[in-house]
Design a protein around this ligand. Structure first.
Ligand code: B3K
Ligand code: ZN
Length: 890
């Protein structure tokens, strides 16, 4: 029972490669039922490697090896060995040419890693370790080489043949075939290789760089989607300009290509010069995409573009350093989005994700440092911790060093390491050298898992006008790290007087400033800060802009939060005060004794605070919408020692209804004021209006069960909708209601959009997220819908991924939710392990539930671990979850 079928890879075991590749020439010939790959490389023994002799070991999976030649001579079969994961050649000289011919079957590749087919076209996904499914190779990020790629295919079905770099030759071949040759002048690791072959249409545009070079920009899609690429193209051009202006970075190749594919394991991939994208992050039209889709496209297009420098030109030494490129690139795309749209709303959404998803991961059996120390399957580490907490680390450096030193450090990093594969230390060292600061304590953020908790105590001495803060930090244990050390925390604060005036500028003391805020550097387990020159006790606004990824131990009274929600000059903190207040109120409702549950409702002061928000003069309507939106059930539950899903659900919805009833007139007024049925524009103002109307309708719909006027409001919102944003707002509201309206709208929607896969994903997802009583049964039925397929990750995420986040129904006391998802995961694991492992996320925190649920969740996890032929992906997630490390409430 306790055997470990998969051995972990450890950071401490890292060794430089024994061989380096001078160049690689690939000839990839696509045939009807298979593909032939001839890989010719020039290799040299690495003088810096520990071992100076020995065999050549190449990685390879799911390959048929047809031929191996060394310096032109066939290698005898007894001079090499293959395993399911490798090719080992016994004797090789120090410098040689190697030729490897392999056969593969892309049509059978359901894992979507390596070369596979999606809706007729061929495409690749090589990060992290997909290249080894194309040929035997030194498939590791610290082996960089120049790639030359020749593609051959049948001309009529595959007129478009793409690879990285510049197009250098093309021509016809016998029997209706043709070829294209691509040369990528920039050395790169194999994970950045890409190939696309298909019958694709394109839109083309250009961008002139600041040094005057004209770059051709192309987006390739299926012909019927050609009209949905304009937003992606506009986003790309904005990103290119922004990176020049803000980071001084210019694009390097002459051509930049993006291809949209229907079947994709994640969002997109930054392959050099040839990004491959999940169609979800390319295609948009007002009829088919929501405002959130538009924003997502803008962010992901920018993210992949920014990787050209942070990831491609400077890459990772090994996969443990993943956050070197991902954390940094996420931070850059967050800066970009903040500059494009409402900066406060952007920050709010980042913090929502951190708190709701990353903090939860950090307190679960899957907690790991931003730079993990070991993994069984690297694909399991493309996590919110590596990405989003990783981005917070870069943001903290930005805050600590200040803008000027940060950009100097960044420039130094690029200048030092262009063309290299480096580590997180290298990045932090460049920041240290450029700022003259010792940043070695900062490395703890990379190595220590878990979310630090800050406790803050205030003191006030009226006579001296002395205000003091005692700040202490403590990080709870995580699996494998029982003891924690303090980390350096940049704490941005502000002080307000009773009228809400910001006193920060007039404070005496030698506190460092960052814009309008004071910067406190918390480095010890406990530390004191003093402020003088005050005439009355100030109001503290702390952790402004969420300056560090920490939990704030609640020390503020509700009155204080209500005050800040109206007066704080930091817009993020204003939102945060309202959000924290809502959280406290919801927690009260969940934890109060059932005996007096009916008597006690929501406090008047909270209702008043929310009402003054609704009536406030906030002109950024997106921000107002965010301030009104309640924390989700999935957020609130983090504060509960033991989670009772039924009680949480009831309390949550009761609180929401009570608030909605109190605010009804105000919400209706706002709704009527901003409801617009004019032509769709993706502008800040219009997005804000739609978002605000959406929040209002969501509250109002919670009262609609016995109110025909409100049901009619949902119906008319749907019927008058001139774009997908409004249509989804109405459908989401209607789906919470059981009855005719829901059925009518769902049927109408399906009928109208069944030919649009990305829109149908929304149809599946909205049903899986419903709070209505019959949700499990509906999801079960949808599994048998003709449009449901386990082979399409977007569809699986829409139905199963969304259902897993539907807290109440997934945790239904009957266990029916668990059984449904387990069944799907076990079946999916044989097809697509990466996605199967992701779907297991909702089982991970089983210890937080009651005995019966624990038993059921554990049985599910066991069935995954014990499944014959389980993938390393699913095994690692399920096995770690079962592991003996505890999970505490935060
Ligand atoms: N680098 C890719 C992610 C690859 C995931 C492999 N399982 C997308 C991105 O972060 O830009
Ligand atoms: Zn990325």
């Amino acid at each position: 029972m306790d055997q470990q079928p998969f051995q972990p890879i450890r950071l401490v075991d890292y060794q430089p490669p024994e061989f380096l590749v001078e160049r690689l020439s690939l000839c990839i010939s696509l045939a009807a039922d298979h593909t032939l790959v001839r890989a010719t490389s020039v290799l040299h023994r690495n003088r810096d490697a520990a071992k100076k002799s020995g065999p050549l070991l190449l990685s390879g999976e799911h390959l048929e090896l047809l031929e191996v030649r060394l310096n032109g001579e066939k290698v005898a079969p007894d001079a090499y060995r293959t395993t399911p994961e490798s090719l080992e050649i016994d004797t090789v000289p120090d410098d040689f040419q190697l030729e490897v011919v392999t056969r593969l079957y892309p049509d059978r590749n359901t894992a979507l890693s390596g070369l596979y087919r999606s809706s007729g076209m061929y495409c690749t996904q090589c990060e992290a370790q997909g290249f080894r499914r194309i040929t035997y190779y030194l498939d590791r990020p610290d082996v960089l080489t120049r790639f030359f790629t020749r593609i051959e295919a049948e001309a009529e079905s595959f007129p478009v043949l793409l690879a990285n770099g510049n197009l250098v030759a093309a021509g016809r071949l016998p029997q209706g075939r043709h070829f294209v040759e691509w040369d990528d002048p920039f050395p790169k690791p194999s994970y950045l290789f890409a190939l696309v072959a298909g019958n694709l249409s394109q839109i083309e545009d250009s961008f002139v760089t600041r040094s005057g070079r004209r770059i051709v920009l192309q987006i390739y899609v299926e012909e019927h989607n050609r009209h949905k690429c304009d937003h992606a193209m506009a986003s790309l051009k904005k990103a290119m300009k922004w990176d020049e202006e803000v980071y001084g970075l210019e694009y390097d190749l002459d051509q930049y290509m993006i291809v949209a594919v229907d079947h994709f394991n994640m969002g997109a991939m930054e392959n050099k010069g040839l990004n491959i994208f999940n169609a979800k992050y390319v295609l948009a039209s007002p009829e088919t995409a929501t405002d959130q889709d538009y924003l997502g496209i803008q962010a992901v297009i920018a993210h992949e573009y920014f990787h050209n420098w942070t990831g491609n030109r400077v890459t990772c030494r090994d996969w443990f350093q993943l956050s070197l490129k991902e954390g940094l690139t996420v931070f850059r795309d967050q800066q970009f989005s903040a500059d494009m749209d409402s900066a406060a709303v952007q920050r709010i959404n980042e913090v929502r994700t951190l708190r709701q998803v990353q903090f939860r991961e950090d307190s679960s059996p899957l907690a790991h440092p931003v730079r993990p120390e070991e993994y069984v399957e690297i694909n399991n580490f493309y996590t919110v911790t590596v990405y989003n907490k990783g981005a917070e680390l870069i943001r903290m450096l930005y805050t600590l060093l200040g803008e000027a030193a940060y950009y100097r450090g960044f420039a130094l990093y690029i200048q030092r390491h262009d063309g290299q594969a480096v580590t997180c230390e290298d990045f932090v060292q460049a920041m240290a050298d450029a700022s003259g600061r010792d940043l070695s304590p900062f490395m703890r953020w990379y190595t220590q898992a878990g979310t630090p908790q800050l406790t803050i105590q205030e003191s006030w001495q009226q006579e001296q006008g002395l205000y003091g803060l005692t700040v202490s930090q403590q990080t709870p244990p995580t699996p494998g790290q029982p003891r924690k050390v303090p980390v350096p925390i940049p704490l941005l604060i502000g002080l307000l007087d009773d009228q809400g005036n910001d006193l920060t500028a007039t404070l005496s003391g030698d506190h460092e400033r960052r814009g309008d805020d004071v910067l406190l550097e918390v480095t010890e387990a406990e530390q004191q800060f003093r402020f003088t020159g005050l005439t009355s006790r100030p109001h503290l606004s702390v952790l402004r802009s969420f300056s560090a990824p920490v939990k704030l131990h609640s020390f503020r009274t509700r009155d204080e939060l209500a005050f800040l929600s109206v007066h704080d000059h930091d817009l993020f903190n204003r939102w945060d005060a309202a959000f924290s207040l809502s959280e406290l109120v919801l927690l009260d409702l969940v934890t109060e004794d059932s005996a007096d549950r009916d008597e006690r409702g929501i406090s008047d002061s909270y209702l008043q605070a929310m009402q003054s928000l609704v009536r406030s003069s906030i002109t950024d309507l997106s921000l107002l919408a965010e301030a009104l939106r309640l924390p989700t059930e999935n957020y609130v539950l983090q504060k509960l020692e033991q989670i009772d899903p039924d009680r949480l659900y009831q309390a949550y919805h009761r609180g929401k209804q009570e608030l909605a009833a109190f605010l009804e007139t105000d919400l209706l007024d706002l709704y009527r004021k901003y409801r617009s049925t004019g032509a769709y524009r993706f502008s800040r103002e219009d997005v804000g209006q739609r978002s605000l109307c959406g929040v209002c309708l969501d509250y109002l719909a919670s009262l609609a069960a016995h109110r025909t006027d409100l049901t009619e409001l949902c119906r008319s919102h749907y019927q008058e909708a001139g774009n997908m944003t409004d249509r989804m707002i109405a459908l989401t509201a209607a789906v919470q209601l059981e009855g005719d309206l829901r059925e009518a709208l769902l049927a109408d929607f399906e009928q109208a959009w069944h030919r649009e896969p990305l829109v149908m994903d929304k149809w599946f997802a909205v049903q899986a997220s419903s709070s209505a009583a019959d949700t499990v049964g509906r999801v079960e039925k949808l599994l048998h819908h003709p449009d449901f397929s386990l082979n399409n990750p977007n569809r699986v995420r829409a139905l199963i991924g969304t259902f897993g986040q539907n807290h109440f129904h997934f945790h239904h006391h009957s266990g029916s939710g668990y059984r449904l998802v387990t069944r799907v995961i076990l079946e999916l694991d044989a097809l697509n392990p990466q996605v199967a492992a992701r779907m297991a996320g909702p089982f991970v925190s089983w210890r937080r539930y009651d005995g019966q649920r624990q038993q059921q969740l554990r049985a599910s996890l066991r069935s995954m671990v014990e499944k014959p032929g389980v993938s390393r992906d699913l095994y690692e997630v399920a096995n770690k979850s079962l592991g003996d490390q505890g999970e505490g409430a935060g």
